[in-house]
Design a protein around this ligand. Structure first.
Ligand SMILES: NCCCC(=O)N[C@@H](Cc1c[nH]cn1)C(=O)O
Ligand SMILES: [Zn+2]
Ligand SMILES: [Zn+2]
Length: 464
């Protein structure tokens, strides 16, 4: 802890086990502690801070847990200055030492300039980099070049539960004076070259339940005389996508924006060392061989991923069970201009069609549990220019102009509800391993990223 500004270090933040994905009271308490610590840090910096009560989260099993508060903080309200709003999240993905972490995930550990720890890059490091950039102006006793607002949540990894309602409610209050919105919750596509991100994919998450009864069966006693739920489910999941990654749901590609020559040129301009990307991902072969195809299939085409089966036997050993009820989980990453409710209908119709052809006596229920829209921005907006200039100043290079294959739900919500320009300014390197074992942020990225944000404030002040 910095005694003068009361600033917390990344090590202290990583030590808080703020896992929002596992809905258990212990992690919820940690999340509340995390949000209280962050609110206190911002208060000590001189911000006006409100911790907004978000009410309960209803869980699928009928229980509920409290949602951690969202922090709304404001520094400066000079009407002659522009106002930049920064969004970040302080919840993390689950992490367990036994899952293959080489160090304790909740003890920030430096090895060769890499700071390992859960949340180091996603998203505690970048949030602290923003706070550090503000406190640099404070330490130098300089006025902030722009007014700054922070919106910081603790449920992003669980799908930003209840956040949309809050943004809607605060549209004409907290967000009324906001000119620009910045998010730093993704990565560069290179180890050393900075990037600016102007689009993300959306996500439709599906559950397909196949049920015979609530209890499992002995396969010696029932095997051979049942429509087995798992066999139905495997056939359903197997009908979704072919071996070249093409989604088999009829109509799913209908609304995808057609590709133009001009767009292809934007992919050509990006430097991506495929060999390095493949090696650092430890993947032998991708579905596509060229940089352009890889980028397009990550950013501008939909993809379908199968995530898991609830109720399946997944332990080591040879249990001879027939699961009585199984739930398959898969999701489709959406791109402009796919529509969430059209996708829901197409997927449901397709699964009903496949299931009916099996003549199974089991019951199938399809539900879409998340529907997150894709987002794309206008890269000619002022803050894109400011970010480019700040990158030139700090890194001495032009940024890669990139999109992100994953989903940052708040980007689209801000665009739709607040109607302000949104930019993603990542500061982590391509190999930071967000969501994975051994997540890290490089010391260099963390420090240069802090400088980048300070330079960005100065550029925004000039351009506004
Ligand atoms: N590189 C940015 C990472 C942000 C991220 O991982 N977002 C999640 C959000 C989500 C989508 N569906 C459920 N949660 C993601 O998986 O894309
Ligand atoms: Zn994140
Ligand atoms: Zn994440």
């Amino acid at each position: 802890m910095d005694p003068k500004l009361g600033r917390m270090t990344l090590k202290e933040w990583v030590a808080i086990e703020s896992d929002s994905v596992q809905p258990v009271p212990r992690f919820r308490q940690e999340l509340f502690r995390m949000m209280a610590v962050a609110a206190d840090t911002l208060q000590r910096l001189g911000a006006r801070v409100a911790s907004v009560d978000m009410g309960p989260q209803q869980l699928p099993d009928g229980q509920s847990l409290p949602i951690p508060p969202v922090i709304l903080a404001e520094l400066g309200s000079d009407p002659t200055k522009g106002t930049v709003c920064f969004y970040g999240h302080l919840d993390v993905q689950p992490a367990d030492r036994g899952d293959g972490w080489l160090t304790d995930p909740y003890v920030l550990t430096e090895v060769d300039g890499k700071l390992y720890g859960r949340g180091a890059t996603d998203n505690k490091g970048p949030v602290l980099a923003w706070i550090n950039a503000v406190s640099a102006f404070r330490a130098l006793e300089q006025d902030l070049p722009v007014n700054i607002k922070f919106i910081i949540e603790g449920m992003e990894e669980a799908g930003s539960v209840a956040l949309e309602e809050l943004v809607e409610k605060e549209k004409d209050r907290f967000f009324s004076g906001v000119d620009y919105i910045v998010i730093s919750d993704n990565l560069w596509i290179s180890q050393r070259k900075p990037a600016i991100t102007y689009g993300t994919r959306g996500n439709s998450y599906f559950m397909v339940e196949v049920k015979c009864r609530d209890q499992d069966f002995h396969s010696g006693t029932f095997g051979g005389i049942l429509h087995e739920p798992m066999a139905d489910l495997v056939a359903l999941l197997g009908s979704l996508v072919d071996s070249s990654g093409h989604i088999l749901v009829p109509g799913i590609y209908d609304e995808v924006v057609p590709l133009t020559e001009e767009e292809i040129n934007t992919y050509k301009a990006i430097h991506l060392d495929l060999e390095e990307y493949r090696n650092s991902s430890r993947v032998e072969k991708f579905l596509f061989d060229t940089k352009e195809e890889i980028l397009m299939h990550l950013w501008r085409y939909p993809s379908l991923s199968i995530h898991g089966i609830e109720g399946a036997f997944d332990e080591p050993g040879t249990k001879t069970v027939i699961p009585g009820r199984v739930i398959g989980k898969f999701s489709i990453r959406l791109v402009p201009h796919m529509n969430v409710s059209a996708v829901e209908k197409q997927v449901t119709r397709h699964l009903e069609d496949v299931f009916s052809k099996r003549n199974s006596s089991n019951k199938m229920v399809v539900s879409m549990t998340l529907g997150l829209h894709p987002w794309i921005a206008n890269i000619d907006d002022t803050q894109y220019l400011a970010a480019k200039r700040a990158i030139r100043t700090v890194f001495g290079t032009e940024p890669d102009m990139i999109r992100d294959g994953s989903t940052i739900p708040i980007a689209k919500m801000f665009q739709e509800i607040v109607h302000k320009s949104v930019v993603l300014i990542p500061l982590g390197a391509v190999d930071d391993g967000e969501h994975s074992q051994n997540e890290k942020i490089n010391r260099w990225n963390y420090i240069e990223g802090t400088k980048l944000f300070a330079a960005f404030f100065l550029e925004m002040a000039q351009l506004h």
